[in-house]
Design a protein around this ligand. Structure first.
Ligand code: NAP
Ligand code: GCO
Length: 264
């Protein structure tokens, strides 16, 4: 029988107080996993803990900046002590800065690369040794449409998410022999705080032009919800995907398949 159960597994989802990370961790808990998450500030962790509790999930929350290697090593050690070794890691924490490239400071570019690309390296590096010791594990990197496509103002984000796609393939290549599967999820445009500025109503009450553009560009004719990513994430976290490695699963309502609507 196909096995999607995560019973007895320990899952670490980074930056999972709300948004996509919270939805994925919730689905993992429903499939039987024990949940650990982190965020950068205590208020966010507390907010997350309250939201998990509301769903009846006994999650463990930790303050940790995923760009700081020492903090990450401590986080992984604490989780191991509190829940056991991490079997499933989701590199979800991420930021975006929407600034035209010629106006972007090098420091701003670096910050995005640090959170969206360097941190998945740091956190994966911290859990891989115990995964090897325990006979395997699952790493899921949250990629993006920008792992494949560019657009105005997101040079750093696209560079980071394109890099994350290749980090995914490299982890799969390097550690596949230890029964570690590293795959990516490439969400389409998902309604979360990160994309709220792109959906803001105009002063006259009409839709933001980017909002209308995305709906027209998506064969499903809607934005995605964090819940749309739950099934694919449980699949990639479970033994049902044990021979899937180095793959990016785009969950985008069909955006990447579509040439776009012809002008009226
Ligand atoms: P979000 O609502 O902004 O949530 C991201 C979370 O990561 C926040 O809780 C954030 O905390 C946390 N975080 C940021 N920097 C961190 C750090 N250094 N250490 C620890 N935690 C940190 O974003 P989301 O939309 O749920 O996105 C989650 C992931 O999916 C990101 O990697 C994003 O790039 C990716 N993604 C999103 C979409 C979309 O359409 N929404 C599409 C494709 C991919 P703060 O609140 O303090 O910033
Ligand atoms: C943007 C968006 C995107 C999405 C997502 C798409 O400004 O274009 O924020 O980058 O968040 O990553 O998959």
């Amino acid at each position: 029988m196909v096995n999607f159960s995560l019973e007895g597994k320990v899952a670490l989802v980074t930056g999972a107080s709300y948004g996509i990370g919270f939805a994925l961790a919730t689905a993992f808990a429903e499939a039987g996993a024990k949940i650990a998450f982190n965020d950068i500030r205590q208020e966010l962790v507390d907010k997350g803990l309250a939201s998990y509790k509301e769903k009846g999930i006994d999650a463990k929350g930790y303050v940790c900046d995923v760009t700081k290697e020492e903090q990450v090593q401590e986080l992984v050690a604490k989780i191991e002590k509190d829940l056991g070794p991490v079997n499933i890691l989701v590199n979800n924490a991420g930021i975006i800065k929407r600034i035209p490239m010629t106006e972007m400071k090098a420091e701003e570019f670096r910050q995005v690369i640090d959170v969206d690309l360097n941190a998945p390296f740091i956190v994966s590096k911290a859990v891989i040794p115990s995964m090897i010791k325990n006979g395997g594990g699952k790493i899921i990197n949250i990629c993006s449409m920008m792992s494949e496509l560019g657009r105005e103002t997101v040079s750093a984000y696209a560079a980071a998410k394109g890099g994350l796609k290749m980090l995914t393939r490299n982890i799969a290549s390097e550690y596949g022999k230890y029964n570690i599967q590293c795959n990516g999820i490439g969400p389409g445009y998902i309604a979360t705080p990160q994309t709220a500025p792109l959906r803001e109503r105009q002063p006259d009450g009409s839709r933001h032009p980017f909002d209308s553009f995305i709906v027209a560009k998506t064969p499903a004719e809607r934005w995605g919800n964090p819940e749309d990513l739950q099934g694919p994430a449980v699949f990639l976290a479970s033994s049902a995907s044990d021979f899937v490695n180095g793959h990016i699963l785009y969950v985008d309502g069909g955006i990447l398949a579509y040439i776009g609507r012809q002008p009226e």
